[in-house]
Design a protein around this ligand. Structure first.
Ligand code: PMP
Length: 309
């Protein structure tokens, strides 16, 4: 087994718990050839009351909704997927982890039409730390605006978390890393700011928050909605339907990414231009602090966002 996943040995596949190394699919699987899969990325946090899955119900909602444009029938109920996930966490003694549910058109024929290809469903869980590097959360990351544009939702639905879409994310992210940056910002077809390859983006100006609206070719991020709720509860005005031009990035007081993997990560430079003071800004810090107090359960607030295993 690959060393990348740590001390885990079981994957749930189509209703069965199988040994990690036996979680195999056929090389002529439809989803492998055409990107016809949908997936989720979910975090489970280590809390005083044991492992707690963050916003599981919202991730399940998005999982089933992502399948709809592809006419993909997920043959397992919410309860079955929940039971499978909780069993994986419990049986493998995981306290905090990343959870990856995936559904894809499987093996039967290889026309572009999935025809009689079955929908296969799997869930894996494994330990996972910070996504953009250890000091990213405190000091922020340096990013570049990618030369790759995000496809429009008239080309591929951007609100569905589809495996095939991530070639765009990979191109943008790798271009950034080849150029010495940690991550990319991707513009939409109109040339306005969409999001990161695996993150949504927030801009702070005059103590108000702005984030691109759902029609700007973004994924409807669950952490994005979480941050909108947290910020509004802290008394901030949040413009969640914004159009943000490329130039506004450079003149922002603060910028930060949100995502299940990235959590709340400050952006300190865009294309080598310092944002604000060039360090984590005070609004970002306050929201980040509140976010981590919530997910690590140092507060009783928002308990409805947690599924205790
Ligand atoms: N945009 C893209 C393209 C993503 O892949 C992700 C990660 N799922 C996000 C935004 C953030 O979404 P979430 O907060 O639901 O993880």
């Amino acid at each position: 087994m690959s060393d990348a996943f740590g001390d885990v040995d079981t994957i749930w596949m189509d209703g069965e718990f199988v040994d990690w190394d036996d979680a195999q699919i056929h090389v002529l699987t439809h989803g492998l050839h055409y990107g016809t899969g949908i997936f989720e990325g979910v975090r489970c946090y280590d809390t005083e009351n044991g492992p707690a899955i963050f916003r599981w119900e919202e991730h399940l909602d998005r999982f089933y909704e992502s399948a709809k444009p592809y006419d993909m029938e997920i043959g397992f109920s919410r309860e079955e997927l929940t039971e499978a996930t909780e069993t994986l966490i419990r049986e493998q003694n995981l306290d905090s982890c990343y959870i990856r549910p995936i559904a894809f058109y499987g093996y039967d024929s290889l026309g572009v039409s999935p025809g009689d290809c079955p929908t296969e469903v799997a869930i894996a869980c494994w330990p996972w730390g910070t996504y953009l590097g250890e000091d990213a959360l405190e000091n922020g990351v340096e990013v570049m605006v990618s030369s790759w544009r995000k496809h429009a939702s008239s080309q591929i639905p951007t609100n569905a978390k589809t495996t095939g879409l991530y070639v765009n994310s990979m191109l943008a992210g790798e271009e950034a890393r080849r150029n010495g940056f940690v991550e990319a910002i991707v513009l939409n077809k109109e040339g306005d700011v969409a999001e990161g390859p695996g993150e949504n983006l927030f801009l702070v100006r005059d103590d108000e928050l702005y984030t691109p609206g759902l029609s700007e070719s973004i994924l409807d991020g669950i952490t994005r909605q979480t941050v909108i709720d947290i910020a509004e509860d802290l008394g901030y005005t949040v413009h969640d339907d914004a159009t943000i031009s490329r130039g506004e990035l450079n003149t922002a007081d603060e910028l930060f990414f949100t995502g299940t993997a990235a959590e709340v990560t400050p952006i300190r430079k865009v294309d080598n231009v310092e944002i604000g003071s060039g360090t984590r800004g005070p609004v970002t810090e306050e929201i980040q602090q509140e976010f981590f107090d919530i997910v690590e359960r140092r507060t009783d607030k928002y308990d409805e966002w947690f599924d205790y295993v």
